[in-house]
Every structure is written in C-alpha cells, then in structure tokens.
Ligand binder design. Sequence first.
Ligand SMILES: *[C@@H]1O[C@H](CO)[C@@H](O)[C@H](O)[C@H]1NC(C)=O
Ligand SMILES: *[C@@H]1O[C@H](CO)[C@@H](O)[C@H](O)[C@H]1NC(C)=O
Ligand SMILES: *[C@@H]1O[C@H](CO)[C@@H](O)[C@H](O)[C@H]1NC(C)=O
Ligand SMILES: *[C@@H]1O[C@H](CO)[C@@H](O)[C@H](O)[C@H]1NC(C)=O
Ligand SMILES: *[C@@H]1O[C@H](CO)[C@@H](O)[C@H](O)[C@H]1NC(C)=O
Ligand SMILES: *[C@@H]1O[C@H](CO)[C@@H](O)[C@H](O)[C@H]1NC(C)=O
Ligand SMILES: *[C@@H]1O[C@H](CO)[C@@H](O)[C@H](O)[C@H]1NC(C)=O
Length: 389
Amino acid sequence: MFINVTKTAGKIWLLAFLLLHISKCLKAKEIETELDEEGHSDNGDHNAQSSENSHHEQPEPPVILSNYTVTPDVPFTGDTLTIVCQFSELNTDISWFRNWFLIHNDVRINMTTNIRTQSVLYALTVKDLTMEDAGTYICKSNSNGRSQVQIIPLLIKPVTIIQTSNTDIVCDGNKVNLTCCTNDISIFNVQWKVTGGLSIIGTETLNSTCATYTVQANTSLCPSDKSGQKTNYTCDFQGRNGARSWKEIQVTYVRKANVEMKDPGLVSVQQPLVLSCQSDVPSFDKVIWSINTVDNIIDPIRFPHYETIENGSAISTLTVNHVTLDWSGTYYCTFYQSRTHSTGTVTLNVGHCRFQRRFKLIQFKQIKSAAIHSLLVAASNLIIIMTIQ
Ligand SMILES: *[C@@H]1O[C@H](CO)[C@@H](O)[C@H](O)[C@H]1NC(C)=O
Ligand SMILES: *[C@@H]1O[C@H](CO)[C@@H](O)[C@H](O)[C@H]1NC(C)=O
Ligand SMILES: *[C@@H]1O[C@H](CO)[C@@H](O)[C@H](O)[C@H]1NC(C)=O
Ligand SMILES: *[C@@H]1O[C@H](CO)[C@@H](O)[C@H](O)[C@H]1NC(C)=O
Ligand SMILES: *[C@@H]1O[C@H](CO)[C@@H](O)[C@H](O)[C@H]1NC(C)=O
Ligand SMILES: *[C@@H]1O[C@H](CO)[C@@H](O)[C@H](O)[C@H]1NC(C)=O
Ligand SMILES: *[C@@H]1O[C@H](CO)[C@@H](O)[C@H](O)[C@H]1NC(C)=O
C-alpha cells in the first residue's frame, strides 16, 4: 500500500516539477539533475521503482491548484509553520512532499484533515523550524484516480540579532546604551534580563530596528567591593509564532578608586625606603610606580612592589633597600582598572643623616644631663645643616 502510493507519487512528481520548473522558465537540464539527485537519496528503493514505472504508462497530468495558506507568511527559524491546502473534492487521499520526498509524521510534524461541507482542509504543521525545512512543499490529493497538486515554495529566515559587544562601564553617572538590533524586530516581544554580580536596573526602549537598555551607573550603585564584577544583560526575543533568540551582553562595572600615598617622613641615605599606597577599591588590573613624572616608571624587577588586599582596600608597597640622594623626588603610584586609573602621589627628600642614630641616643639622655642637652642642640643644628645639604 505504502509503496503504491509512493509509486504514483513518483509519477506525479515528475510532472509537478516539470510544470513548476517550466513555469519558472528554468532549463530542462536542471530538472534532470534534480531528479537524478532524488534517485540517489535514502528513499532509493521507492524512487528507483517509481522511475522505472514512469517509463511504462502515460500518467494523467495532475491538476495544479493554488488554494493554500501559509502561516506565518514569513516564517523564522523556531517558528511553528502551518500550511493548509484546500481541495474541493471530498474523500481523497492526501500526501505531503518536501523537495521530492514524502513527509512522514514525527515529533515536529503533524498532518491533519478537516472535512467541511464543500471542501477538505489539509493542514501540515511543522514545529521548531530550522533552515533545513525550507524548500518546495507539495500537497497532493488523489480522488478517483484524479490527482490535484498545490505547489508551495517556502523560505525560512534566520533570526539575526546584532548586539553591543561586551563592555566595561565606569560608574561615573553617565548613561550607557546596550542594544540588540534586528530588522525583523516588529514580530518580536523583547525582554531584558539582568543576572550577575551587580544588578543595575536600567530602562528599556524600542525603535524600528533596536531594543535599547539604558543603564546609568553612579558610585552609590557601585560599591567599591563590587568593582570589576561582571553582570549579564540578556535581550530575549520572543516571536509570535514560536521563534526565539537571545543575546548576552557582558558588562563589567568599574568604580574609579581614590588612591592615597602615605608620607614616609624623613628618609636618609643608605637607609631603606618603604612607600605605601592605598586604593579604596580592592580590585585592580595592575599597579605602576613612577618617580618625578608619571611616565618615568620605576623598574619593578630591580625595585619590586607588592600588593595586598586588606579591609576592602588594596595596598601597594614599594621597598628600596638602600636609597641614595637620587631617590628624592615626587612619587606616583597608579592603580589601573580596565579603562580607568587613579594615582596617589607624595614628594620626599632623602637626607644626609649620618648622625641620626647618635641624635636619638642624645635625645634619650637629654633629660638626665644639662651638659648633654647643650650637645643635643649642637648636634641637632648639625643634623639640620647636613639635611639641607
Ligand atoms: C479554493 O477552494 C474553494 C473551496 O473549494 C473554492 O471555492 C475556490 O474557488 C478555490 N479557489 C481557487 C483559487 O482554487
Ligand atoms: C496536530 O495538530 C492539531 C492542530 O493544530 C492539534 O489539534 C493536534 O493536537 C496535533 N497533534 C499532535 C500529535 O501534535
Ligand atoms: C541611548 O538610547 C536612548 C533611547 O533609545 C536615546 O535617546 C539616546 O540618544 C541613546 N544615547 C546614546 C549615547 O546613543
Ligand atoms: C554571563 O554570560 C557568559 C557568556 O554567556 C557566561 O559564561 C556567564 O556564566 C554568565 N554569567 C552570569 C552571571 O550569568
Ligand atoms: C534605533 O536605535 C539605535 C540604537 O540606539 C540607533 O542606532 C538607530 O539609529 C535607531 N533607529 C532609528 C530608526 O531611530
Ligand atoms: C545614583 O543613582 C540612583 C538611581 O538612579 C539614585 O537614586 C541616586 O540618588 C544616585 N546617587 C548619586 C550619588 O548620584
Ligand atoms: C583592618 O581592620 C582591622 C580590624 O578592624 C585592623 O586591625 C587593621 O589595622 C585594618 N587594616 C588596615 C590596613 O586598615
């Protein structure tokens, strides 16, 4: 039974496609090629038989009708497609074909018959359309040896969304637009979802091509401990007929840090210099130390600095074991966070302080002896003189 139907189908097919292609003014050669392709398909058995038989009899040409509807008229991938063919003859056999092949029911495909008083409506439903479902559909009715076909070309469009690329947003109170754009926006209902570390809610707008989500991040919305965290903004496009697509835009919120460097006080030649610089934002990409100008970077290999994170602050410490007079100057430490950076600064003089130790000793003894007190005055004068040098 099944094979018979297919045999007849094969005959009808040949004619249907001849008519279709002639009507499209295509060359006969192309038709031959396409029929050859059919012969090599998975359904080879049935097709081989039908092409043999088609040489024996002269089949009655099928009547070509055009009484069908396609919903939606422009289907997208993911949509549910319904093609309804109307035939006036009752009690007919119906077969559906796509690109040469008989269509079978499966999880995505459903064929129904709806008998009216004057006609029969045959519906083919295909769920979750993919680009591979495009092609030429044919519904063929067979009633008392008379065949009627309807030929339905079907194009399927992919859902193409172009979104803002992943981005860093500095929490400076400026408005930033995140967009998802498609030329077919009119058929979609767009929803935005926010997930991740810092859920800053924005406002949604829509124009003829783009869904826009505007966020305005200020410092009060960006706690310093959340700086550098990633948040996903997802635009979800839901089509009326089942198509669905979404894009994720990953946003890294960055809060600009306040950076301060402590004044180390008096530093003397040959003594170690320890400079400490604190940022109120615990996350950073890198820290750079420089002297006299921001561009004059202190070689971190010869003079390393170390970073620690404590109580929600980042601290960078630069140590130079034995300073010389050349280490006098203005120091800069710069914490970098993506597109933003903050600098702390301090100016220091390296002193010639040979007597400093003895000065301390004298200071200790000062209380006990008036004689040593006068020495202290002399010594401290000396120190001051030496320091100014
Ligand atoms: C479509 O089918 C209806 C019902 O059978 C019929 O009245 C109408 O003439 C048909 N239209 C075409 C274009 O075949
Ligand atoms: C087939 O489609 C019809 C009409 O849409 C529906 O009523 C029926 O439940 C469907 N059957 C299956 C098995 O999906
Ligand atoms: C952001 O989007 C809004 C609403 O679509 C628009 O009015 C505004 O001009 C956009 N701003 C920028 C910088 O593109
Ligand atoms: C955000 O999106 C990226 C890329 O799709 C994913 O790897 C990540 O897990 C998402 N993060 C969150 C918090 O949803
Ligand atoms: C729609 O919004 C996008 C993003 O804001 C913008 O680039 C585009 O020009 C807008 N289109 C129209 C027609 O206003
Ligand atoms: C930051 O933005 C929020 C929400 O828009 C607002 O309520 C708050 O007043 C703003 N804070 C500052 C310091 O601008
Ligand atoms: C961090 O907090 C602890 C306890 O409050 C305190 O003892 C310590 O000095 C703080 N460290 C810094 C670098 O502020």
